[in-house]
Design a protein around this ligand. Structure first.
Ligand code: TXA
Ligand code: MG
Length: 344
């Protein structure tokens, strides 16, 4: 398969490119596109053969379900049934945006989008390219993150190409995905509702609307069978081993420095705040991610891929706290580190 890349304006995508992409989707082909979280690998959500192509392209086990993207509320009621009233306020306040709702699946929706489970995950993205594509395709679009299974999510078209060249028909290149981390996944089929994956919509924002909401804190490794999709511990991993440090700040910096003595400076990388770079000059390949949690979120996956390109053996990173977006950042780091945390 030849992979075409079409550049589009992130704010006002060119109609010709959007229509070419929509045509492909309607013909059962795969199109990668930017969203406000990460790039998605899209297929017609009502075409089970096209959905199968997503699993094949990502080399993703058929046990991990896929999110259906929509652009208007009527599509929610086409995909889901028995939608609880409590969903209204979420839609009203947080859509379009980085919030995915797990609901009871309607009978006409292909079962393989949800690996046979009786549910479906639905999200209304805010990114103008995603919205234009959904509108032109005139069908919900099934789209996981556009990376190979267990690799860091793709936040640029170049990342998508790196993982999926020859496996996706078309990539709409609308520049960097703005948020950098995936959506918050909220299971509305249970009461109280449960956050299955922390993400761009903060726990605090959900609690303000749904006071009972819980955060699932359970990870399993690949050898365990699980009924909880998306809880696999190894995920988002660069090729290099991630060493995740937690503890008091000064002690953590010192422990990271001491740890780097064991590695040649060109075989190790560190992912740090801008103002922490000076602690690691000459000890490792230093990758600054910005200064705020928003910037860390935006740069997290791109930085892992950037350091991987240097072929380092290890990447050291620290706990950036659990405030606000910190919950989502910690989740991604913990999984990238396959659960191994170095407590200082
Ligand atoms: O921000 C995002 O959500 C991005 C963009 C492209 O929209 N998509 C994304 O998709 O991250 P993916 O496939 O990489 O992650 C989807 C998550 C997984 O954790 C999956 O297990 C969960 O959503 N999920 C999907 N369908 C589900 C379902 N029916 N029940 C429970 N969890 C589900
Ligand atoms: Mg993913």
């Amino acid at each position: 398969m030849q992979t075409r890349v079409l550049k589009v304006d992130a704010h006002q995508p060119e109609p010709e490119a959007i229509h070419a992409a929509a045509e492909m989707l309607r013909a059962g082909r795969l199109v990668a596109f930017p969203t406000e979280t990460v790039y998605g690998l899209g297929a017609n959500a009502l075409d089970s053969a096209a959905i199968d192509r997503i699993y094949a392209a990502k080399q993703r086990p058929a046990s991990d379900p896929i999110i259906a993207h929509i652009h208007e509320i009527s599509q929610l009621y086409m995909l889901a049934v028995a939608v609880p009233d409590s969903v209204d306020v979420l839609i009203d306040q947080l859509w379009p945006g980085p919030l995915t709702l797990v609901l009871k699946r309607a009978s006409g929706v292909p079962a393989n989008i949800a690996t046979g489970m009786p549910t479906v995950a639905i999200r209304m993205p805010a990114h103008p390219v995603a919205r234009a594509l959904l509108q032109a395709a005139d069908t919900p679009i099934a789209a996981p993150s556009a990376n190979t299974f267990t690799r860091p999510s793709a936040t640029t078209a170049a990342h998508v190409l790196e993982d999926l060249q020859g496996r996706v028909d078309l990539i709409l290149d609308g520049g960097a995905a703005t948020g950098g981390m995936e959506s918050t996944v909220l299971d509305m089929t249970q009461f109280p509702p449960v956050v299955l994956r922390p993400g761009g919509v903060l726990l605090e924002d959900l609690q303000a609307l749904l006071p009972d909401v819980l955060l699932l804190q359970r990870y399993v490794d690949a050898s365990q069978h699980t009924s909880a999709p998306g809880q696999m511990l190894k995920h988002y991993s660069p090729r290099a081993r991630i060493l995740l440090f937690t503890g008091e700040h000064a002690a953590v910096i010192e422990a990271m420095q001491a740890h780097l003595e064991a590695y040649a400076s060109d075989r190790a990388g560190v992912m740090v705040l801008d103002d922490e770079c000076r602690h690691f000059e000459g000890l490792a390949i230093v990758a600054p991610m910005g200064q705020t949690l928003t910037e860390i979120g935006q740069n997290l996956f791109a930085t892992m891929r950037h350091l991987d390109a240097y072929n380092v053996d290890v990447i050291l990173v620290r706990d950036f706290g659990r405030e606000g977006l910190g919950v989502a950042v910690w989740d991604r780091l913990l999984r990238a580190a396959e659960g191994h945390v170095i407590r200082v």
